[in-house]
Every structure is written in C-alpha cells, then in structure tokens.
Design a protein around this ligand. Sequence first.
Ligand SMILES: C[S@@+](CC[C@H](N)C(=O)[O-])C[C@H]1O[C@@H](n2cnc3c(N)ncnc32)[C@H](O)[C@@H]1O
Length: 354
Amino acid sequence: MSSLPQILREKLTATPAGRLPFAQVMELALYHPDHGYYGAGPRKIGRQGDFFTSVSVGPLFGKLLAMSAIQEWQAQGEPDNFTLIEQGAHDGQLADDVLSALDGTPLRYLIVEPNPKYRDAQARRLGDRVEWVESLAALKTGPRHGFFLCNELPDAFPVHLVRWNGERWEELFVETDGTEAFRLIPGDCSTEDLAEEVRHLPHDLETGHTLEINLAMLTWIRDLAQAAFRGTIFIADYGLDAEEFYADSRVSGTIRRYRQHQMDGQILANLGQCDLTTHINFTRLIDEALRHGLTQREYDLQGRLLGRMAMKWIQSLEGRPPDAATMRQFNSLTHPALMGKSFRCLVLEKPVLP
Ligand SMILES: C[S@@+](CC[C@H](N)C(=O)[O-])C[C@H]1O[C@@H](n2cnc3c(N)ncnc32)[C@H](O)[C@@H]1O
C-alpha cells in the first residue's frame, strides 16, 4: 500500500514543473481519503490525541453554546424551525454536549459534513438527534432561523505560503529534494486570486518573512454569508489580528505541525501523520465577512467572551459553586495562559437570506 509521501512523489513527477503549490500538498496531507491526517476518519482529540480543543476540555463549552442558542431562540419569539448548524463537527462530541445541554428545548441540529466516514462516526454517536448536509450550498431548505457554530474549523483549511524576497512576495512550492524528502522553493503566484491577496500584504518586512494566505477561509465565509439561513454565526479558533499576524517576530508565519502534543515547524515531514494548522488572520476574516453582508456583533478573546456567555450559567447556580471538574474546564477555556487569550471568538449576524 502506498504512503502519502509516495503519492506526493508520483504527483510531483506527473507535474510538468515537478512542483506543486504548498496548499495542494497540505490538502493531500490533511484530506487524502485514505492517507490524510483528517481524511481517513476522525482521530482522537484530547489527552490521547495530538492536541486539545475547547471541545475536548469537557462539556462546558457545549453547554455555554447551548445556553446562547436558547437565548437567541427566545429572543426571536421561539420559532419552530430554529436550527443549530455545526461545521467541523469531527466525532460529534460538541453536538452531543450541546444537545445534552438543550434539556428538552426543541431546537433542531444539523451538521455540515462532506466526509462520509465522519458522518458515520457522528451517526454512531448521535443517532437520529441530528440531520446532515454535505456542504453549506446544500442548505437549500430555508428559510430557517439558524445558529451556526464551529470550533477550530478554518485553522484546518489548506493554505498557500508566500515569502518576502526583499523586493516582492513569492509563492512557495513543494518539490522533492532529490532524496526521500521534500523542500520549499519560491516562484510566481500560481493563481490570480492569490496574486490579488498578495497585493495587499505589507512590504516593510524582513527578507525571508513567510506568511500563510488562507484563500479557503475567504471562500468559506462567502459561502456562509450566502447560505440559506438567517441568524447568528459563532466562530471560535486560535488566531491573531492583522498587526500581530504580520509582526516581525513571526518571521516563519504561524504554520505548525502537531503530533502527540509536540509542535514544530517541520511541515513537510511525516506527511499525513501529523496535523498541519495555522492561526486565523481574524482581521482579514472580518473584512471579508462584512464585504459579503454579515455584520459583526462581537469579537473578543475567548476568555472574555466565554466569561460573558457564562454569566447566565453562573446565575443559574444560585450561589452554589460548580463541581471541581466544571471549574477546571472553565479555567482551561478562559485563563489567559491556557485557552483564554490565544483563542478568539467572533460572533456575526446574518440578517438576510440570499
Ligand atoms: C482541528 S479539528 C476540530 C474538531 C472539533 N471541531 C473540535 O473542536 O474538537 C478540524 C475539523 O474540521 C474538519 N473539517 C475541515 N474542513 C471541513 C469542511 N469543509 N467541512 C466540514 N468539516 C471540515 C476536519 O475534518 C476536522 O474534523
């Protein structure tokens, strides 16, 4: 059985220039249906996996989202077609946590899931409590009142890499280094969309400064803005504002590979066996969201935003302290040294149907 590096070598040989944009290699490494890190089926996330997410911390994250969705449903006059829509649902853990916390409130739950292996895993966990669509474009049965949620989705999209050569930005391509390994080489931008994005990048960076361009994120937010629901969009992910994203200290960009809770910049090693991920440029995401008719309700550090979302939950405890496990989850999600500062939450409003 061939491995992902072998598959990549064959692809590179079949390409006239012997090289591929990094984004295509990242797509293969993450989403090849048999050998991709994610493509092959949902892996364990959390202590036994390669990284933690707010979902793997415990059910509190889902509970806070469920309480927000209920508030939203009530504010809209309790419509009977109010639907929670999740994308990037992985093994269904967040859906399970949210549904359990809905406590009988009659909200529907729909998962946007293109990969049948994930859909099967989600179905085993969630049974008939959820429905599925393959893509945002397949959400045709509107008008619905929706509450869209995703945790750590756009950080898993394949990105292009670009490097400042002192005079201009160049795209980075992958080629074999003549042995078993791969290397990055610079060249002209492979698409007009990328060239257009690059035109807006700063020019006052040090030679060699490398950045990621997440074109897939821009397409995704446009698709979300045009999807058949109106309501709220909640996006949580690790990310930065533009000035942090372009800071001199981030000369190698934010792309990293993760394995067994170790993180490094060896992004062409062990392809398919490690997670590859980047920080979100939230400034760019918000610009594009507004350009497509979404409006910004809140954007804040996860610690602060979840802290505000938790007020209703804290009130419901009527002075009783939460149990120790829930307190630990609250601390992990909100403490600035844990997930409270590096993770950000963006809440958008989607006022109209397309
Ligand atoms: C970093 S994991 C996060 C999983 C989960 N949301 C959590 O927080 O634990 C990213 C997930 O996004 C999924 N994903 C990537 N692109 C997707 C897409 N276009 N539609 C749905 N899921 C996608 C991957 O398969 C993977 O399960």
